[in-house]
Design a protein around this ligand. Structure first.
Ligand code: ZN
Length: 348
């Protein structure tokens, strides 16, 4: 078995009441009919386990590789693949929610881990904002605002634009609003408490469950909300570290037209998502693969370094058309983990 080839999972799409069609129109995916909100691009979660396309693992589930081919993820541990990489297309507002930290989830959600997530903004309609915190100072004030439905007073929002980045700590009330596409990296645990759902009624006439007592328990009033999602970390040779936490780091890599960037592979595995540009190639000691906007792949522990190349001009352009964009990829490096047995938590 070749343990050095890149692994291309086939995305799994999820219909959501807030979803749209941009996963097709902007990213070229063949998606089912209806409002499609989520592309689970790299996932071994039971609610959307990706099948590998091509190469020595063609047709196998990512969860199966995690279970049976540990050499691919050498250094990572735990009973489940630890990360989940998604693209979200929010045509309408997502429900306002909050995730617990590890301690609370362990006690109240059958030993599950808490959840940390982050968003790289792919596109945003003009004037769009995002919920990344709340204005109450303590539990009593928050409870009162929720009871009185003073959502505009309670929710802390900031304007967003493409290229912004938000780190969502456990205990942060958060929501993506309509008109936004993001690339989301998260721990593959999904304990979610829904605070507010805009009083929406589903197709079957019911409303989605809310979790107010849990919300009041887990909101962290010591967190200071960000003033914006502007990335202030330095960009060195096209590479910007967007965040780092004990479980993973997220790095943006911009490859200029006609250039090649080397992505060091010194982690148990690396997930790469091409989110902008006309595509190009990635070369490792094992071979060369073509990439396009919307490609996602996983570089296993022994892939060796990755050389991401962006062609000078890939397609013929009409006179006066916008020049081709540089290629932008976002890589998520999995850190060695000691994820315990109940990594998934309750999927709500
Ligand atoms: Zn969330």
């Amino acid at each position: 078995m070749a343990y050095d080839e890149l692994i291309f999972p086939k995305p799994v799409f999820h219909e959501k009441i807030w979803g749209g069609r941009k996963l097709q129109t902007e990213f070229g995916y063949q998606i089912p009919d209806g409002p499609i909100g989520e592309c689970w691009a790299i996932s071994a979660h039971p609610a959307g386990d990706c099948v590998v396309e091509g190469g020595p693992y063609d047709g196998r589930y990512l969860s199966d590789l995690w279970d049976k081919e540990p050499q691919l993820f050498a250094g990572a541990s735990g009973d489940r693949f630890p990360l989940l990489i998604k693209i979200l297309d929010a045509k309408e507002n997502l429900s306002v929610q909050v995730h617990p930290d590890d301690a609370y989830a362990n006690e109240h959600e059958n030993g599950s881990l808490g959840k940390r997530e982050c968003w790289y903004v792919l596109s945003a309609d003009p004037g769009t904002r995002i919920v990344v915190g709340q204005n109450a100072h303590d539990r009593a004030e928050l409870a009162k605002m929720i009871e009185e439905g003073r959502w505009d007073d309670m929710l802390y929002t900031v304007p967003i634009k493409a290229g912004d980045f938000f780190r969502i700590e456990p205990g942060t009330i958060h929501a993506i609003q309509g008109g936004t596409m993001v690339l989301e990296t998260q721990q593959s645990s999904d304990v979610t408490y829904r605070v507010y759902d805009y009083d929406r009624v589903q197709a079957d006439g019911t409303t989605r469950e809310l979790h107010i007592p849990q919300t009041l328990d887990v909101v962290d009033f010591s967190l200071v909300p960000p003033e914006s999602g502007e990335v202030t970390a330095p960009e060195v040779d096209g590479i910007t570290e967007l965040m780092s936490c004990p479980n993973f780091s997220v790095v943006r890599v911009r490859v200029a037209k006609g250039a090649t960037a080397t992505l060091k592979q010194e982690h148990p595995f690396v997930c790469v998502s091409v989110v902008e540009g006309e595509g190009g190639t990635v070369t490792t000691p094992a071979g060369t693969w073509n990439l396009e906007k919307g490609s996602h792949f996983l570089a296993p522990a022994t892939s060796g370094d990755l050389a991401a190349g962006c062609p000078r001009s890939r397609r013929r352009r009409a006179r006066g058309a916008r020049p081709s964009l540089p290629c932008v990829t976002v890589r998520t490096d999995c850190y060695p983990t000691t994820g315990g047995p109940r990594l998934w938590g309750n999927v709500r």
